[in-house]
Write a protein that binds this ligand. Structure first.
Ligand SMILES: Cc1cc2nc3c(=O)[nH]c(=O)nc-3n(C[C@H](O)[C@H](O)[C@H](O)COP(=O)(O)OP(=O)(O)OC[C@H]3O[C@@H](n4cnc5c(N)ncnc54)[C@H](O)[C@@H]3O)c2cc1C
Length: 393
């Protein structure tokens, strides 16, 4: 696996870093406190072409490779996990349309998603339905060329501002995925405040009251909603989140290295105390291990290797835990300063905890990874038994 960045990737990384250092880092704590994401900042990332990173050039996007997209999510995650969540949900809608939309849907939506003229939202979770997405209660019925959608979704990141939602519903017992525009009659949203983390992710609960949607807004076909369209979107979401967690982890580490190198206690800098060195060592190693898993997922994605789905789940699972651990230790190293809003590490901890819950909670990842591990084990045993049988003949 090659983890050497190409010249183009390196220069993209430099550009992302510079942008985040100037435009995001200095303001992220204030946005967090005010529980808002300024429209001007969203416009700025759209104007840079970042929101269209994954849209192919033929539809007006940037056509980034998997590593470059990962580097972008890492840097944005280092600056603001809330803003990173916009990249996550927006790219989930893009990937779902790319893979499951027909050509006319791609031509209709992708150029506008690429420029940020429309913002995508992902609407799966409901008041009674979280991890068990097969039990969705939102209902859609097809009548004279239109879907009529009724139901409610909750905890929708950027639900206050998104203009196109990828909505999961059920029709006659089959799961479907529909593109629902904010503008449609019967749509309403209610902002959410006071969350532990992702405080500037403009969360909302949204409602559909007899919303009429053109039949052509269906992605995939009935029965494919959660399993296929949702599967594509969630895989994309986990990939972005794994890299975003790497950014959170790196941010906590950078802040700790800087702090431990300038604060003295007992006459020496903190980084000269061996117990602090032990914390820093674990943080550096965890961040590096996270990076390796992210790069591995990127390499498999570029090769369209089917194992990428499981490797991405592992990257998200590991990265979110590493981000929590590193942010916790970062606060320890900062002492009381780490608990104050003058430093970013308290925000990193609150945001990284969210990462263990979203895009399939870590328990859901454990179930998926363990099941897959067992299936691979059974297949390997079967292959070995067949080989042994052939050799004894
Ligand atoms: C900040 C934030 C942003 C979000 N953004 C979005 C968004 O944009 N779009 C969207 O659709 N949703 C969004 N969500 C919702 C998120 O996807 C759900 O919270 C998540 O899927 C878990 O569902 P739940 O909260 O209902 O927990 P539940 O499913 O009720 O689970 C509660 C706990 O039980 C565990 N659990 C559940 N089933 C099992 C099992 N079989 N075995 C073992 N443990 C189990 C879970 O892991 C969890 O720890 C967001 C949530 C947050 C906090």
């Amino acid at each position: 696996m090659d983890i050497q960045l190409s010249e183009k990737q390196q220069s993209a990384q430099d550009e992302f870093r510079d942008f985040v250092d100037r435009k995001i880092m200095p303001f992220a704590n204030d946005h967090d406190k005010q529980e808002t994401m300024p429209a001007t900042l969203i416009q700025e990332v759209a104007d840079k072409g970042y929101l269209g990173g994954l849209v192919p050039e033929q539809y007006g996007g940037n056509g980034m490779d998997s590593v470059t997209w990962g580097l972008l999510c890492e840097e944005i995650g280092r600056g603001s996990a809330s803003l990173m969540s916009l990249f996550t949900v927006h790219s989930m809608v893009i990937q779902a349309i790319l893979k499951w939309g027909d050509e006319s849907s791609r031509e209709r939506w992708l150029p506008r998603l690429a420029t940020g003229e429309i913002i995508g939202g992902f609407a799966l979770t409901e008041p009674n339905v979280g991890s068990d997405a097969t039990a969705i209660e939102t209902n859609a019925t097809l009548d004279e060329g239109q879907w009529c959608v009724n139901g409610q979704k909750c905890w929708i990141s950027f639900g206050q501002v998104a203009s196109l939602f990828l909505v999961f519903a059920q029709t006659e017992g089959k799961s479907i995925a529909l593109l629902v525009e904010r503008e449609c009659d019967g749509f309403s949203s209610e902002p959410i405040s006071g969350m532990l983390g992702f405080r500037s992710a403009m969360l909302a609960n949204i409602k559909f009251d007899h919303c009429k949607i053109p039949e052509s807004n269906l992605l995939g076909r009935p029965g494919f909603g959660f399993s296929h369209v949702g599967g594509t979107a969630l895989d994309q979401g986990r990939y972005s989140i794994a890299w975003g967690c790497l950014g959170l982890a790196q941010g906590g580490l950078n802040a700790s290295l800087a702090y431990a190198g300038k604060r003295k206690q007992f006459g020496v800098y903190l980084n000269e105390h061996q117990l602090i060195q032990a914390l820093l060592t674990d943080m550096i190693t965890q961040a590096q291990a996270t990076r390796m898993l992210c790069y591995r997922a990127a390499a498999l994605k570029e090769q369209a290797d089917p194992s990428v789905i499981m490797e991405t789940a592992m990257a998200k699972y590991f990265a979110s835990q590493a981000a929590v651990k590193i942010s916790t230790d970062a606060i320890q190293i900062h002492g009381a300063n780490g608990c104050s809003d003058k430093y970013p590490v308290q925000r990193y901890l609150r945001d990284s905890k969210i990462m263990e819950i979203i895009e399939g909670s870590n328990q859901m990842q454990q179930i998926m990874i363990a099941k897959h591990g067992y299936q691979s084990h059974v297949m390997n045993e079967r292959r070995q038994a067949e080989r042994a049988k052939r050799e004894t003949k």
